[in-house]
Design a protein around this ligand. Structure first.
Ligand SMILES: Nc1ncnc2c1ncn2[C@@H]1O[C@H](COP(=O)(O)OP(=O)(O)OP(=O)(O)O)[C@@H](O)[C@H]1O
Ligand SMILES: [Mg+2]
Length: 293
């Protein structure tokens, strides 16, 4: 099966799935940010106290002017930073709950950060090697992760032989191979052309639906935020804070029907207005207005 037909099969399989059980607001919290704030040693107050609950199955997007603390918030949620005050709960407990059954998290950065000397399959296997998963068990998991991102045929290629979009797919496969329940993505498709980005967005919608992933995603693109998300948190800067929320209550999985609908255009307009307000509220102190891609 070629990559295009794999993608179609994935979208079809996802479309055949029944809708999830309880309403999103009744799902258990995966991450609770409880008055968490962050200042850096040089005195920068990156985040004022933030309160945010992310529930199972949500696709939550953070958007806002440059410097409003999106990456900082994502790193707090990944436990890469300690909050200066307040705290974060993961699966209603502390970070030690991560790694238990059904409580895994994975992080995808803007740069795919692949090992150039290693083949694609070796790159994807890295997290399993770090966990000392024996090769006979790791190999089928790597193959499955590569199939899921439509790169089953590229397992033996080197990163330099792949396009930018394919390299990002490898990076996503490397995250999926750990079978995460919570996926954190910081502008993963920001460096890609619009056509490739739309394709990866389509796949991500299908994947997160299929795998019942909880996803926290950062982007500067209004279109991408509206297409992917069940909820969008608009942030303002100086200091970084939650400014407004926009709920996208459109059925999942989504495709071109949604992307070309008047409802999509209306939601993009609503989000664009919220971003303009957030930029004004950021008082322009070094904050740039986000562009619509
Ligand atoms: N390690 C650090 N040390 C000091 N200041 C930092 C550090 N990391 C981030 N900052 C500052 O914290 C603020 C928030 O930065 P952050 O990278 O989270 O913003 P962002 O919303 O992700 O921006 P962008 O959209 O440009 O990626 C900025 O003022 C930034 O300069
Ligand atoms: Mg950032």
């Amino acid at each position: 099966m070629g990559p295009a037909s794999q993608r179609a099969a994935l979208v079809q399989a996802a479309a055949a799935k029944p809708p999830p059980g309880p309403e999103p607001h009744l799902q258990p919290p995966v991450v609770e940010v409880l008055s968490a704030e962050k200042s850096f040693a040089n005195g920068t107050r990156a985040l004022a106290p933030i309160d945010l609950t992310v529930r199972a199955g949500e696709f939550l997007t953070l958007i806002g002017p440059s410097g409003c603390g999106k990456s900082t918030l994502l790193k707090l949620i990944a436990n890469l930073y300690e909050p200066t005050d307040g705290r974060i709960n993961w699966w209603r407990g502390d970070f030690r709950k991560v790694g238990q059954d059904g409580r895994r998290l994975a992080f995808v950065f803007q740069d795919p950060t692949l090992m150039p000397w290693a083949r694609v399959a070796t790159n994807v296997r890295l997290p399993l090697d770090l966990e000392r998963v024996p090769k006979p068990q790791a190999t089928p998991r790597v193959a499955a992760a590569l199939e899921q991102v439509g790169l089953g045929h590229a397992a033996r290629s080197f990163p330099r032989q792949l396009s930018g979009g394919m390299r990002m797919r490898v990076s996503i496969a490397r995250a999926l191979v750990t079978e995460p329940n919570l996926l954190l993505m910081d502008e993963p498709f920001g460096a890609l052309d619009e056509f490739t980005r739309n394709k990866l967005d389509d796949d991500l919608v299908a994947l997160s639906w299929e795998r019942k992933l909880t996803t926290i995603f950062v982007t500067h693109s209004i279109y991408e935020a509206v297409f992917l998300s069940t909820r969008i948190v608009v942030m303002a800067a100086n200091p970084g804070r939650v400014f407004r929320e926009v709920v996208i209550d459109e059925p999942m999985p989504r495709g071109d029907d949604f992307r070309t609908s008047s409802r999509f255009a209306d939601l993009c307009r609503e989000l664009s207005a919220a971003l303009t307000d957030a930029s004004i509220a950021s008082q322009g102190k070094g904050a740039k207005t986000p562009c619509a891609r």
